[in-house]
Every structure is written in structure tokens, then in C-alpha cells.
Design a protein. Structure first.
Ligand code: GRF
Length: 199
């Protein structure tokens, strides 16, 4: 059983999906040992507390990128973390950080990469672009994280149809419910198994 940390920035519904997956046995090769938020007072921290999961806030806005990554790295090492799951985490991690954690960081992106991803495609903006382009199918992707935003090896994807006339907000919820919350725990399990094999 390896230790995983979940990095969050907001609502934490993907963290909640991981917590529930641990309870239901879908996530069994990793235990969520730590939740880290880049900003204080977000609902994700409440979810961690309610689940009895240790949490930390490393305030990127106050610290700046370099100090943020330094403290993040130290906190992860101190807690014996081997798998980092970005779950609704809205910060960029630079090459100097991701190079230290090769095939150890996974991220859920709310589109079918390589569509609607990369620089500037995050949160609601993704779904607004999906609707503006008029695609009939979207979905979510879980991929390994490297220095290219949303550029790492794809682990799992799940497609979601785009109902006629749906709003960006409703599409975001639909993609989270039908895709993100399902494939993130499954991908975390696959990544944890791969890490255990390398032990
Ligand atoms: C999700 O669509 C996630 O993919 C994106 O932010 C949304 C909220 O995530 N990055 P969460 O509820 O904070 O997990």
C-alpha cells in the first residue's frame, strides 16, 4: 500500500470521489494520506477533515512559485508520499518540480485530450470552448503530469455526450459526474499498482 497526496484548489469533488473509492475498494493500492491546497478555506479542506485526512495549506499566492514548490516537495517527502493526484488543482507545476516526480503525478482534465487542453484551458473555460466549437462528444482524461500543461502520457479517458442547448455550468457538472469522478479513482489505482511493481 503506497501513500498518496491529493492536491486541491476548490470544491474538492474529485477528492471526494477518491475518498469514496477508497471506502468502496476501487482504490486499494494507495491510501490518501494527505490533502494539500494552494489556498485556504476551500471546501476540499472540509472534505478532507470530514474524512479524517491530514491536510495542509501552502499558499502559493503569498509564497510565489519557487517557494511554493519547495515547501510542497518538502511536505510530500516528510509524509512519505509516493503518488501525487491533482484533483481540481489549478496551479501550474514547473519542470523543476515535475522532473523530481517522474510518473508519480497524475491529473484529471475535463476534456478528451488532445482537444481543449493546454495553456488557458481549465475549469469552466474548457466547457465554454467545447460548446463554442459545437462538438457532440466531450469527456475527461487522466494523464501523467510533466512540464507540458496536460501533455503527459494518457492513462484513462471517458466520453460524455453533449446534450443540445446545455449550459457550460451544467456540462461541467455532467462531465464531472459521468467521467471525472469515475476515471480518476480508477487511474489512481492503476498508477499506484505501477509504483508498487517498481518497489
Ligand atoms: C473539475 O472539472 C476539475 O477537472 C477542474 O475543476 C473542476 C472542479 O474540480 N480542474 P473539484 O470539484 O475541485 O475536484
Amino acid at each position: 500500500m503506497i501513500k498518496a497526496a491529493v492536491l486541491v484548489s476548490g470544491g474538492g469533488t474529485n477528492l471526494q470521489a477518491l475518498i469514496d473509492a477508497q471506502k468502496s475498494g476501487i482504490l486499494k493500492s494507495a491510501s490518501i494520506a494527505l490533502a494539500v491546497s494552494n489556498k485556504p478555506g476551500v471546501l476540499a479542506l472540509e472534505r478532507a477533515k470530514n474524512a479524517g485526512i491530514k491536510s495542509a495549506v501552502i499558499n502559493k499566492k503569498e509564497l510565489g512559485q519557487a517557494e511554493f514548490e519547495k515547501r510542497l516537495d518538502r511536505t510530500l517527502k516528510e509524509n512519505g508520499i509516493e503518488l501525487i493526484v491533482l484533483a481540481g488543482f489549478l496551479c501550474i507545476l514547473t519542470k523543476s518540480f515535475t522532473d523530481r516526480w517522474p510518473k508519480r503525478i497524475i491529473n484529471v482534465h475535463p476534456s478528451l485530450i488532445p482537444s481543449f487542453c493546454g495553456e488557458g484551458f481549465y475549469g469552466l473555460k474548457v466547457h465554454e470552448a467545447v460548446l463554442a466549437r459545437g462538438v457532440k462528444v466531450t469527456g475527461a482524461t487522466v494523464h501523467y503530469v510533466n512540464e507540458i500543461p496536460d501533455g503527459g502520457e494518457i492513462i484513462l479517458q471517458k466520453a460524455v455526450t453533449v446534450p443540445e442547448g446545455i449550459t457550460p455550468q451544467k456540462l461541467q457538472k455532467r462531465v464531472m459526474k459521468l467521467a471525472e469522478w469515475k476515471i480518476l479513482p480508477q487511474a489512481a489505482e492503476l498508477a499506484a499498482q505501477a509504483i508498487e511493481k517498481n518497489h
